[in-house]
Design a protein around this ligand. Structure first.
Ligand SMILES: NC(=O)c1ccc[n+]([C@@H]2O[C@H](COP(=O)([O-])OP(=O)(O)OC[C@H]3O[C@@H](n4cnc5c(N)ncnc54)[C@H](OP(=O)(O)O)[C@@H]3O)[C@@H](O)[C@H]2O)c1
Length: 257
């Protein structure tokens, strides 16, 4: 099967890299199309068997799957230009563009479609990718699972939960990085070098997520283990609460909806 990726910026480029890095090019013929010849040639240099073109319609013409990864406001003109048919699987990587809109752009009533929302860690195959589906078969679901499952974790959710999921995992990666940035700044004020503070912070976050993944507990269980009565950690935890940390995170997630 031929897979066409339209738009190889952050997301489309990362998907292309992920597919090659995981050896999917042995099974699938991968073609990418973009306005930017420079981006296309850069990818071609990295992956010589990749087919590149600036002609979106030509890229999609005989593809079994068409992945559209352009900015949300460009989805309509790009999809209208592609003139897909109902035998092609359409994968949309565009935040906030729903199936009803996509269907009105394609003019097709029964095309198998997926909305896929990765986060930027897809570039290193550590994405949390949300997927919702419409008019798809179990076989097509298995295919999308294979392709995106090799680039991190995936979760199939109903379209009604897509905006909430996007706030938590796609926008959420920026909030997690913001915590890391704050911790690094604190470490420097406390006398660590920037590198020491960064290394300590990053490994601490890896430790925290590893604990949660390994034991499946709620974070409060792990927090309690660190909080000796009258000790220094509970003082810091309570200071975070007094300054509205939990409320600030919840408000940020809700603002991203
Ligand atoms: N970034 C994220 O964290 C994230 C997460 C989840 C989902 N998304 C979604 O992913 C989509 C792509 O975002 P992105 O960050 O990857 O954007 P991006 O870096 O701007 O990539 C889009 C690419 O499409 C190219 N392009 C523009 N018009 C085109 C056309 N008519 N035909 C073919 N290619 C065209 C752009 O070229 P030029 O640069 O020359 O215009 C660019 O290379 C968005 O819809 C976004 O909602 C992004």
């Amino acid at each position: 099967m031929k897979i066409a990726i339209i738009g190889v910026g952050n997301m489309g480029g990362a998907v292309c890299e992920g597919l090659f890095n995981k050896g999917m090019n042995a099974t699938y013929q991968i073609t990418v199309s973009d306005k930017s010849v420079e981006k296309l040639e850069q990818l071609k240099c990295q992956y010589p068997t990749l087919e590149i073109t600036t002609d979106n319609r030509q890229a999609a013409a005989d593809a079994g799957m068409v992945i559209v990864a352009v900015k949300p406001w460009l989805v309509k003109p790009v999809v209208e230009e592609l003139q897909m048919n109902e035998n092609q699987i359409y994968v949309s990587i565009a935040a906030g563009v729903d199936f009803a809109q996509l269907e009105s752009y394609t003019g097709l009533k029964a095309q198998p479609m997926y909305r896929v929302i990765p986060n930027t860690a897809i570039s290193d195959q550590q994405s949390m990718t949300l997927i919702c589906k419409c008019h798809t078969t179990a076989e097509q679901d298995a295919l999308i699972n294979e392709l995106f499952g090799c680039m991190g974790r995936i979760l199939f959710i109903p379209e009604s939960k897509m905006a909430a999921g996007t706030a938590i995992s796609s926008c959420g990666i920026a909030y997690a990085l913001k915590y890391i940035q704050a911790s690094i700044q604190a470490g420097i004020e406390l006398g660590l070098t920037a590198k020491e503070s960064r290394d300590l912070t990053v490994q601490t976050l890896i430790g925290a997520t590893t604990l949660l993944n390994a034991h499946g507990e709620h974070p409060c269980v792990e927090i309690e283990k660190v909080c000796t009565p009258g000790g220094i950690t509970i003082k810091g935890i309570n200071s975070l609460e007094h300054d509205g940390f939990t409320s600030a995170v919840i408000k940020a997630m809700k603002a991203s909806m």
